[in-house]
Design a protein around this ligand. Structure first.
Ligand code: MN
Ligand code: MN
Length: 468
């Protein structure tokens, strides 16, 4: 064979036999890249409007109602094409579009989470020290505590007063509103601190929020700065100190979502784990019409603390919803579950060239290589995960390729380097086939997480394909 022909044959063989992941921009048409960029404009607006699980629920419910979703009525038999939603205690939502085939054939479920790591107030938060007023806090989820000092924070949440009235609080987001901050030690006096291990650079009990520094006018008594703050809060919200006992107040970064890079190819924002999958699955759910199978989008709370609690997916709220739907059609709930399939929509770690040592390059997820399918998460020999079956992986793979979705596989770091979990195993416990599908993230769990726009858009395309 002539040399040239031989080279061509080898090239064809290489193309046929070996996989070679590519940058999505090398695969997609310019048109689709532009669409992805436009898609992320509304994504940023969603992130800014949804800084806590409660705010996300309000935003999701608003959009769902706009798209014809109505409140789910247990016991009611819904026709194909009906769109219903369930708001679980203001902190989690289920959206359902009834399919053409009977639900005894199973459902298509996408489960993402809308809670993110943050700083919660303790039940007795308010105190004064050295004529400064501060809040004591207890962090929520896995954070690197040192990242949360010396950045602007905003306060979000609810206070339930003694009489039962619920007061909603959001302060520190608008330009003209005050913000809050956790102070850190100046480097000049940081010698001993700098010798602490990084994980203890800032300790849990050092995450104190600076909230005031002036005494109540004309007051000479004790804790006058604290009293002044309580007086301001009473005037603004009608609350007294003991009302903090029945409150959920959360501090989150006061930054807005922003394009990153000279090429504007990325988005940085607080809370992209996992509102990036919540948003992309939400849009897929809002757009789907007359699907074959019933489509369920579950946007859950409490994932960052292990999915425990009645708004998390280790509780029965999703199961009960499905059982209610099944019962109305005279079908056993477990029949529906056993035949259902689920994409556990959650982020994975993107490969960071600054920290390559924790990743195994051949199995890591990279920015711009599309949505990442993660067969298993867990730690120490695949503990604490649902390892998706070859059969279900095969199905998902055919679906993604069929829809022209750019996708890649990922693993959460090197073996024995660390690990993590998602809601996948809780859904799998219900006898549902499930695999993790999501977006690679840099600086995950930090106050300012980064994603690539093409990956965000590909997640949406994947969820859209799943719901068809
Ligand atoms: Mn997550
Ligand atoms: Mn997380």
């Amino acid at each position: 064979m002539a040399k040239e022909t031989e080279n061509k044959t080898n090239e064809a063989l290489r193309e046929k036999l070996l996989s070679s992941p590519k940058h999505a921009a090398r695969i997609l048409k310019q048109e689709e890249i532009d669409t992805a960029d436009r898609f992320c404009e509304d994504y940023k607006a969603f992130l800014n409007a949804s800084k806590t699980e409660r705010e996300a629920v309000i935003e999701i419910e608003r959009r769902a109602v706009e798209h014809g979703y109505t409140k789910f009525v247990p016991g009611k038999k819904y026709e194909a094409g009906s769109r219903v939603y369930l708001n679980n205690r203001g902190k989690a939502v289920i959206l359902a579009v009834i399919g053409k085939t009977c639900i005894s054939e199973g459902m298509r479920i996408i489960a993402a989470h809308i809670d993110s790591p943050r700083i919660d107030l303790k039940p007795n938060p308010l105190y004064e020290d050295s004529e400064l007023a501060l809040f004591k806090t207890h962090y929520y989820g896995g954070i690197k505590k040192y990242q949360w000092t010396a950045i602007p924070l905003s306060l979000h949440g609810v206070v339930v007063k003694k009489d039962g009235a619920s007061i909603s609080v959001t302060i520190g987001e608008a330009e003209d509103e005050p913000g809050f901050v956790i102070t850190d030690l100046l480097p000049h006096l940081g010698r001993a601190q700098s010798e602490r291990k990084l994980g203890e650079g800032i300790k849990g009990e050092e995450l104190n929020i600076l909230i005031g520094s002036r005494p109540l006018a004309g007051d000479e008594g004790a804790d006058s700065v604290k009293l002044n703050i309580m007086n301001i809060l009473h005037e603004k919200y009608g609350i007294i100190e003991s009302d903090f006992l029945s409150a959920e107040l959360e501090l989150v970064p006061a930054f807005l979502a922003k394009d990153i890079g000279f090429d504007r190819s990325m988005v940085a924002s607080y809370g992209q784990d996992d509102r990036v999958c919540a948003y992309t699955s939400l849009i897929a759910a809002l757009e789907v019409e007359n699907p074959e199978k019933t489509c369920l989008t579950v946007l859950a709370d409490k994932e960052e603390v292990g999915s425990n609690g009645n708004t998390g997916l280790d509780s029965s709220f999703m199961k009960y919803f499905i059982y209610d739907l099944a019962e109305a059609s005279g079908i056993a709930g477990h029949t529906v579950l056993s035949r259902s399939e689920c994409l556990s929509a959650d982020v994975n770690a993107g490969f960071d060239p600054t920290f390559p040592e924790v990743m195994e390059r051949r199995n890591a997820a990279f920015f711009n290589r599309g949505v990442v399918v993660t067969k298993y998460t867990g730690a120490r020999g695949k503990s604490g995960t649902s390892d998706a079956s070859a059969e279900f992986m095969g199905k998902v793979r055919r679906m993604l390729d069929g829809a022209g979705v750019v996708w890649q596989t990922g693993e959460l770091g090197k073996v024995d380097e660390g690990g993590g979990g998602t809601v996948a195993m809780f859904v799998a416990n219900l006898d549902v086939d499930v695999v993790d599908v999501g977006v690679p993230v840099l600086s995950m769990h930090s106050p300012y997480e980064v994603t690539a726009k093409l990956d965000v858009y590909m997640a949406y395309k994947a969820f859209q394909a799943f719901f068809v």
